[in-house]
Every structure is written in structure tokens, then in C-alpha cells.
Design a protein around this ligand. Structure first.
Ligand code: AMP
Length: 545
């Protein structure tokens, strides 16, 4: 074999940091602080402060491979941890501040966290965690609302005492850069360990035009928390490209976000459907209040973006949504919905259909979907747009194992990752999620897609949100039930909702009951919490036959 004669140059985050320092020192990094004022800095400032942070952490005893946890909102200092900690050869571990304190403590213990960087505003949360996370020896407090209290190290004071120069070590591209835990609703969260290589390649993929296309000209607003799968890699892609970054801090309400988007002239923003649903409603009520002409795309993922949301933004406000699918285990981007040129002249309805799908795989991610044959052997399903099976993926930014020895059943003998998502894949490669495997409604042995029913219900003019889940049934085992939140001042009867769905679905798919609720319970990362819905209302049909 003739081997290629190219350099073996490591793909590390240190290169992103160096590049930003050299080429984009004037790109802005803007943070909204707890008091709502804006803190303005540049990538040049961030780079110098990364040197200071690495020196401070080294002085505190942080060495190669040590885990430095963060308990922070999205802001400049969090970005500094994202860059400096991996570049010094340590590992940044983003703790999810929406979890229960004992879950946070479990995760911190499991990951072996040694040092914590915590927002001052989140210290009350840390106080409820600390007794159960004794491995964390030092806490650096980001003084987002006044200086660090007694007994804590002040992040800013530590940085001020250090030199901005740090001799970044040469790193193996396969060494760990970040640990992020799944937000699993069953069992303990599992640790996913991103490498420098996986994160760098993922950032490059995000910069591809047919993907998110992050460029130096962009102003990127990651609304998705930096503890949720590295804010989908957006901060890294922005630093790689030299884009302007805007962080919302703790202010995630629709008005604050729209003020920030308009005020900073954001071009790209990323967040989960609930965030965008709130924004769409506010825009519908105040269509002229914000100038959003700078916005070229809003990336939506984390759970299914209803077609009515995508269509509402486009038709009523001229705003484009990019629907993407990913998982903590996939660093996270896996598929993205864009309409191919080869699709030709599609009508609006067909374009929407493609854009509301989870899309086709991004380069280097491979997908297949599988069923179990009668003899128990796994079989690959055809890409016919109809066969439903579990999605499996592989690629350079897909996990090959979890931290510790949990979850080995998620990896197949031929080295694919089992996502737990039930999908169809069509001949063009478009993936459509019909459910999480554990949320599929199994009625009389047939599978009913809760996501398809939810999307249709959310297109009803009176419905704000709807979740469909399995209710227990004496004859059919399970039947679909719908929990519906109406828009303020609006309502619809169960008969009207049923009539709305009837033309679109087979009769046995139609929910047996429509329960009006004030809000739908959610997970810490904004997904419908169907286990809770089942606990609350799952026996409704048994009690109301
Ligand atoms: P997480 O690891 O918290 O990001 O959760 C990953 C899971 O979120 C996936 O396995 C899907 O079930 C769900 N998910 C992510 N993106 C989408 C999407 N665009 N549409 C539907 N479900 C999604």
C-alpha cells in the first residue's frame, strides 16, 4: 500500500483558540448579565483571559485529564472554560443546572470533578449539592452579581492575578476535551466524553454552508444552554469561524431574547422548540416591535419542531427555521433538514414537509434503521419512508462508549450507536422521527406515532402545545391520549379536535381523550416528559371507560 504523505496534524481545540487570537481578536463576545446590562468583550480579550484562567487552574492543582466542572448560564466566562480547560489538557464538564441537586451531585461524583466554576447567582443551588459532591475541592465563583462571598475563590480576582501567557501543551487529538451527561428520563444520566478531534470536526461541519454555515460574518446567539450538548457546538463553530457571539445569560424569556436578537443584530440563533414557540407567539402579538431583518436562520432541535411553528415563522414573519436532529451522544449534530436542489420545483406544502422532517445525515454521520426479525436477529429496514425502526448512527463524532461501564447495550456488535429513536427514512435519506422508542403508543399490537399526532394538533389554531402519550386500556393495552394547552383566550372541544385530526389519520390513531392542561411537564432540556404524563393521566381511560 502506498501511504499518503501528509502531515499528522492533531485536530485540537487549541488550534481554534490560536486562530481566534491571531485572526479574529476584534470579533465581539457580548453577554447579558443578571441585571440585564450587556458586558462587551472581544475574542482577543477572551483569548488573553484563557491564558490567565489556565495559569490560575494550574496553580490550583488542575493537571492533564482533570475534570473542571461548570455550573453556569451561557456567558463569556463559560466560553473561556470551554476553550482554556481543554487547551490546557484538562476536561471541562458542563453540569446541568436544571437537574435536581442530588442528580447534579451524582453526575459530579461520577465524572470525578475536582474543581467547579459556578455563577454567583447559582450558589444557592451549589449549596444544596456540595455535601454530596465532596470530590470538588475548589469553587471559582463567576461574580455575575457581586463579588464571590467568603470561602469561595473569585474568578475575576484569580484571573487578574495571573499572566495572560500560557504555554499551551501539544495534545493528542483523541484526548478528552469535554464531558457532558445525557438527560435520560429513565435510569441514571450517562457520561459522554467528547474528544478534541470529535469537537473540532463537528465545529467544521457546522461551518459548512449546507449545514448551519457559521461564518465570520455571523452573529451567533446560542439560546440552547451550554450544558446541553455543548450548546450544540455553536460556541466552538463561532470561535473557529471568528463570528460574533452573543450570550443571553439567565434571561431566556421571549421578550429578553427578542430584544437581544434585534439589539445585537443576530444572524443565527439556536434553541429548543419551546423557546421558539414562546417567541413566535410574542411576535404574532407584536409583529412590528422588533427588527429581525438580520436573522438568517434559527436552528431548532432537541425535540421535534412542529411544522406549524416552521411555517408560522416563515409565512407570518419571513424568518427561516433550520430543523436539526442530534443527541448528547452525537456531539450533537446528526441530521439537518434542508431541501435538496435535486428535489426540483416543490410546492410550499412539500417543501414544508421536507423542512419539518429531521433531515438527512450531515457529512460523516451515517444512519440506518433497524427492526428485530422473528428469530430475534436485527434487520436493516428499507429506505421507503414507511418502515419504522430504531435509528442507529455512526461517525467520528458519535460516542463509542459511555464514561464508566454503563449503557454498553446501546452499542451494536458492528459498532453503531442505538439512538432509541423510532424513525422512517425515505428514498432521499430524509429521517422522520415518529417517537422515542419508550414513548411509542402500542395499541392492539400496532404502533401509533405520538409525534405525528402532536404536530397535527399543534397546527390547530386554538392549540398552543399538545403532547400525545400512552394511556392504559383494558382491551388494546394502550391507547393514545392527548394533553392540550390552549392559546390564551382560546379553546376547542374534544369533538372539534377529533374532527380536526380525522381527515389526516387512520381512525385507530385518533386519541381516545383530550385533556386540557395548563402546561406540559418537561425534562431539564425541554422535552415533553411523557413518563410524568403517564403517571398523571395514564389511567384516565380505565377510570372513565
Ligand atoms: P439530548 O441528548 O438531550 O439532546 O436528547 C436527544 C434526543 O432528543 C434524541 O434522541 C431525540 O429523541 C430528541 N431530539 C433531538 N432533536 C430532535 C428533533 N429535531 N426532532 C425530534 N426529536 C429530537
Amino acid at each position: 500500500m502506498l501511504r499518503g504523505r501528509m502531515m499528522d496534524f492533531p485536530l485540537t481545540l487549541t488550534h481554534l483558540l490560536d486562530r481566534a487570537t491571531r485572526y479574529f481578536p476584534r470579533s465581539e463576545v457580548v453577554t447579558r448579565l443578571p441585571d440585564k446590562s450587556l458586558r462587551r468583550a472581544t475574542l482577543g480579550d477572551v483569548s488573553a483571559r484563557c491564558g490567565r484562567l489556565a495559569n490560575a487552574l494550574q496553580r490550583l492543582g488542575v493537571g492533564p485529564g482533570d475534570r473542571v466542572a461548570t455550573l453556569c448560564w451561557n456567558h463569556q466566562q463559560h466560553l473561556e472554560c470551554y476553550l482554556a480547560v481543554p487547551a490546557m489538557g484538562a476536561v471541562v464538564h458542563t453540569l446541568n443546572l436544571r437537574l435536581h441537586p442530588s442528580e447534579i451531585a451524582y453526575i459530579a461524583r461520577h465524572a470525578g470533578d475536582k474543581v467547579l466554576v459556578c455563577d454567583r447567582t447559582l450558589l444557592p443551588l451549589w449549596e444544596n449539592v456540595r455535601a454530596e459532591a465532596p470530590g470538588i475541592e475548589k469553587v471559582l465563583v463567576v461574580p455575575d452579581a457581586g463579588p464571590a462571598p467568603e470561602g469561595f475563590l473569585d474568578y475575576e480576582a484569580l484571573l487578574a492575578a495571573e499572566s495572560p501567557h500560557h504555554a499551551w501543551p501539544g495534545l493528542d487529538e483523541d484526548s478528552a476535551a469535554m464531558v457532558c451527561y445525557t438527560s435520560g428520563t429513565t435510569g441514571n444520566p450517562k457520561g459522554v466524553v467528547y474528544s478534541h478531534r470529535s469537537t473540532t470536526l463537528h465545529a467544521m461541519a457546522l461551518c459548512m454552508r449546507d449545514c448551519v454555515g457559521v461564518s465570520e460574518e455571523d452573529t451567533v446567539l446560542p439560546v440552547v444552554p451550554m450544558f446541553h450538548a455543548s450548546a450544540w457546538g455553536m460556541p466552538y463553530a463561532a470561535v473557529l469561524a471568528g463570528a460574533k457571539l452573543v450570550f443571553p445569560g439567565p434571561h431566556l424569556d421571549p421578550t429578553s431574547l427578542l430584544d437581544l436578537m434585534a439589539g445585537e443584530r443576530a444572524t443565527l440563533a439556536a434553541g429548543v422548540p419551546t423557546i421558539w414557540l414562546g417567541i413566535l407567539n410574542l411576535l404574532d402579538e407584536n409583529p412590528k416591535r422588533w427588527d429581525l431583518t438580520s436573522v438568517r436562520s434559527m436552528v431548532i432541535g432537541g425535540s421535534a419542531a412542529p411544522p406549524s411553528l416552521i411555517d408560522g415563522f416563515r409565512r407570518r414573519h419571513g424568518l427561516e427555521v433550520t430543523h436539526a436532529w442530534g443527541m448528547t451522544e452525537t456531539n450533537p449534530l446528526g441530521t439537518l433538514a434542508r431541501v435538496k436542489r435535486s428535489a426540483g420545483d416543490l410546492g410550499d406544502a412539500q417543501r414544508l414537509e421536507a423542512r419539518a422532517s429531521q433531515g438527512y445525515a450531515v457529512p460523516f454521520v451515517e444512519v440506518r434503521h433497524m427492526a428485530v426479525a422473528g428469530d430475534g436477529a436485527p434487520v436493516r429496514l428499507p429506505w421507503d419512508g414507511a418502515s419504522m425502526g430504531e435509528l442507529e448512527v455512526r461517525g467520528p463524532w458519535v460516542a463509542s462508549a459511555y464514561l464508566g461501564d454503563e449503557g454498553s447495550d446501546k452499542f451494536t456488535p458492528d459498532e453503531w450507536f442505538r439512538t432509541g429513536d423510532v424513525v422512517t427514512i425515505d428514498a432521499e435519506g430524509y429521517v422522520r422521527i415518529t417517537d422515542r422508542a419508550k414513548d411509542v403508543v402500542k395499541s392492539g399490537g400496532e404502533w401509533i406515532s405520538s409525534v405525528a399526532l402532536e404536530n397535527a394538533l399543534m397546527a390547530h389554531p386554538a392549540v398552543l402545545e399538545a403532547a400525545v402519550f400512552a394511556g392504559k386500556h383494558p382491551k388494546w393495552d394502550e391507547r393514545p391520549l392527548a394533553a392540550v394547552v390552549f392559546k390564551p383566550g382560546q379553546t376547542a372541544t374534544p369533538d372539534e379536535l377529533r374532527a380536526w385530526l380525522e381527515p389526516r389519520f387512520a381512525k385507530f390513531w385518533l386519541p381516545d381523550a383530550y385533556l386540557t392542561v395548563e402546561q406540559i411537564p418537561r425534562t431539564s432540556t425541554g422535552k415533553f416528559l411523557k413518563t410524568r404524563l403517564r403517571e398523571l393521566y395514564g389511567e384516565h381511560l380505565l377510570k372513565n371507560p
